[in-house]
Design a protein around this ligand. Structure first.
Ligand code: ADP
Ligand code: MG
Length: 346
């Protein structure tokens, strides 16, 4: 019989022991990292590049639920969502700092798991972990990651530079992460009633992965660069297509016209939405956590973009006076709101 593995408390190691354990195997990958973990501050040298900086804070019970989120996935996701923000500036992530607050319910092994996810994300995206902070907490886990990225002088892409007649494009498909979350929440409720219940997740593997282990679209940034396409504006979709296109419109002082039939949906998202009696388009508009790139491009790039895999052209930018609208499959114009659209007619 296999002996039960011993679980260790964090207090056995103390703060410095813990930091050392979490950071001892780090090998610096980027030339811009002069000094990583181990001094009062990290030291970076970016020569004459532009630097972008972004932070995300994830709090247990607010942003994640550990009953169905493996800690390794949480660490991976916490890093990747920051990389997504960096790519959305058309920049490359290079370094992160990680701040964590841990309550006593977390064992050393649990923190190892969390960090194995963070290290894996750094490996996959060629990013250095250069520092952080560690604290105890009374109420659970909080994790805040700051990412630093670089970009050539003229290549940064902002949200406020979309122009009338630009085309609106999106990578991948939308609404899947939200459907994955709904599935996990549903199974959690079932599990509460019958702890012996074994959910059958096989046919929904894609939407679960989209929720639990999202990827940032580095590939899309590369694809656009290789095809000499520079977006006129860009944002990553974290709050849903509707909310995020409204950010571009508001910041750029323009309107937009999106076409329902053009919005990319995955088969599993459609099936799950039907199972839950939701219109799949509502998931795409309001779901969030897709971490796809939403961008505008000059009409001159239309032919080139049309041929690219994993990018859909879903509409165009209009004059501000025309409003922000979704054209439905039955040809109705519906104003977009931050929550999707106003009325949900079937
Ligand atoms: P200080 O007292 O100067 O804030 P710390 O003792 O908090 O220093 O941290 C020591 C070193 O370990 C620093 O380089 C810091 O960036 C790094 N560090 C602290 N906590 C973490 C963490 N959770 N993950 C990665 N690096 C960390
Ligand atoms: Mg500190």
């Amino acid at each position: 019989m296999k002996e039960k593995e011993k679980i260790h408390t964090i207090s056995e190691l103390g703060e410095f022991g813990l930091i050392n354990r979490l950071t001892k195997d780090i090998k610096i990958k980027n030339k811009s990292t002069l000094k990583g973990v181990g001094d009062d501050a990290a030291v970076l040298d970016y020569k004459n590049k532009k630097i972008v900086v972004t932070t995300d804070l994830l709090v247990e019970g607010i942003h994640f639920d550990l009953t169905y989120t493996p800690l390794k996935h949480l660490g991976y996701k916490a890093a990747v969502v920051n990389f997504s923000d960096v790519y959305a500036m058309n920049a490359q992530p290079k370094q992160i700092t990680v701040a964590i607050a841990l309550s006593s319910k977390f064992s050393l092994e649990a923190v190892d798991e969390l960090y194995s996810g963070i290290h894996l994300a750094c490996e996959n995206y060629n990013v250095d972990l250069i520092g952080g902070d560690t604290s105890s907490s009374l109420t659970g886990l909080a994790i805040s990651i700051t990412a630093i990225g670089e970009c050539d002088d003229d290549n940064i892409v902002y949200r406020n530079t979309a122009k009338v007649n630009d085309i609106i494009c999106v990578s991948g498909d939308l609404g899947s992460a939200y459907m994955g979350l709904q599935l996990l929440e549903r199974e959690k409720q079932v599990f509460k009633i019958d702890p012996n219940f074994q959910p059958d997740f096989v046919k929904y593997d894609y939407i679960l992965e989209r929720q639990l282990k999202p990827e940032a679209r580095r590939d899309i940034i590369k694809l656009l660069k290789n095809n000499s396409i520079k977006p006129t504006s860009m944002i990553d979709i974290s709050d849903g297509l509707s909310s995020d296109i409204l950010h571009i419109c508001k910041n750029s002082k323009v309107g937009c016209c999106l076409y329902e039939e053009k919005i990319p949906l995955n088969r599993q998202t459609i099936d799950m939405a039907h199972e839950l009696n939701i219109n799949p388009i509502v998931c795409a508009l309001n779901g969030g956590e897709d971490y796809e790139l939403l961008f505008t491009a000059s009409l001159n790039d239309y032919e080139a973009i049309k041929t690219l895999l994993n990018i859909s052209i879903i509409g165009h930018i209009t004059d501000e006076s025309e409003g922000k609208n979704l054209v439905t499959t039955d040809n109705k114009n519906i104003p977009l709101t931050a929550q999707g659209w106003d009325t949900m007619e079937k």
